[in-house]
Design a protein around this ligand. Structure first.
Ligand SMILES: N[C@@H](CCC(=O)N[C@@H](CS)C(=O)NCC(=O)O)C(=O)O
Length: 207
């Protein structure tokens, strides 16, 4: 199978880490969602990453749908989200907070860094950053005990932490949230995270 998208996207990265944790081999297509927009749209009509091209040619789009397919494929015993009950509800809540933080911090970063200065909407940037900070603080209030196996809430939250530290580091400086520092350090030490480490945040205008 082929994973399309670069690892500075936390959505691509959470899929890549999940594939590796579950033992799936994949080829990596690093075309840029901005610089290679037309080629990207041939794979995903939305022109977004990630996409996962399965061996038979079927294309899965959207990280949540890809991760759902992965969990279905490995079955409930190995799935990265619990199949039912309070554990599943907790996982989905934490994942929604982490992906929501990514969306809000990402929206503010695009507005701050890409939009021409004269057109920037400062109140909107402040609102997005407040929303991102709220989600990050809620995640930091969780205990994050190291379990026997990594789960999707941990993977997505660790990918969010790295992304925020690239895109808007003032929102998550070291030591502000020790629980998240510990989660990040524990995850980033694992081979699946090291193999997908995004060294820098590539701005669309540079892509
Ligand atoms: N809900 C989507 C979000 C994916 C997403 O936002 N991808 C970004 C990169 S991080 C992208 O492709 N942005 C380009 C665009 O939307 O034009 C998912 O979970 O896959």
């Amino acid at each position: 199978m082929i994973l399309v998208g670069q690892y500075d996207s936390p959505y691509v990265r959470r899929v890549a880490v999940s594939l590796r944790v579950l033992g799936f081999a994949y080829a990596h297509d690093t075309r840029s969602v901005f610089a290679d927009f037309d080629a990207m749209r041939e794979i995903n009509p939305l022109g977004r990453i990630p996409a996962l091209v399965l061996d038979g040619g079927e294309v899965l789009i959207d990280s949540a749908a890809i991760l759902d397919w992965l969990d279905q494929t490995v079955g409930p015993g190995r799935a990265l989200v619990a199949p039912a009950g309070v554990e599943r509800r907790r996982a989905l809540r934490l994942i929604a907070l982490a992906t929501g933080a990514i969306d809000k911090v990402g929206a503010a970063a695009y507005e701050r860094l890409i939009r021409p200065a004269a057109l920037r909407w400062l109140e909107w940037i402040a609102r997005c950053r407040t929303q991102g900070e709220g989600a990050i603080a809620a995640l930091a209030a969780e205990p994050w005990p190291p379990g026997e196996n990594l789960d999707q809430a941990e993977i997505t939250t660790a990918c969010m932490i790295r992304y925020v530290r690239m895109a808007d580091p003032d929102l998550l400086p070291p030591s502000r949230h020790p629980t998240l520092d510990a989660l990040s350090a524990r995850c980033e030490a694992l081979p699946a995270f090291q193999a997908t480490w995004p060294a820098e945040y590539v701005l669309p205008k540079d892509a």
